[in-house]
Design a protein around this ligand. Structure first.
Ligand SMILES: [Zn+2]
Length: 127
């Protein structure tokens, strides 16, 4: 669904890769595969990076996302602000604009971003 490539050499990277292990480039392309189209996003956060910092201090990604709970395509916006220790994730219904999931918490308390692990069961009310 989500793939990250080196902009320079095209090598596939993981979300945690700070730079390409192959060519050392810091520019990444994030590709989100949708049903019948492919959209490319450049990670804005990479431009808001300070010298010597391990990770960009601000990242923001928004786009279509298949919300697994409902099986519907939704509009997902994620904002990470490492300077202000803030993590925000909002998922909206594409047709009604209704917020169906919202997560706002200190980044230091937010774990598991980008991985398959969801430790918080309370976030996913199964019904
Ligand atoms: Zn590369």
């Amino acid at each position: 669904m989500k793939k990250i490539y080196c902009k320079n050499c095209g090598r596939e990277l993981s979300e945690d890769d700070d730079f390409c292990p192959n060519c050392g480039s810091k520019e990444k392309i994030i590709e989100l595969k949708l049903e019948d189209e492919a959209q490319s996003y450049e990670q804005i956060g990479l431009k808001a990076k300070e010298n010597g910092a391990k990770k960009p201090f601000q990242e923001s990604v928004s786009g279509d996302d298949l919300y697994r709970k409902s099986g519907k395509w939704c509009d997902k916006e994620t904002k990470i602000d490492r300077k202000n220790d803030s993590y925000r994730e909002i998922i909206k219904d594409k047709t009604t604009g209704e917020i169906i999931h919202k997560c706002e918490e200190p980044l230091s308390k937010h774990k598991g971003h980008g991985s398959a692990k969801h430790k918080k069961k309370s976030e996913t009310n199964e019904d």
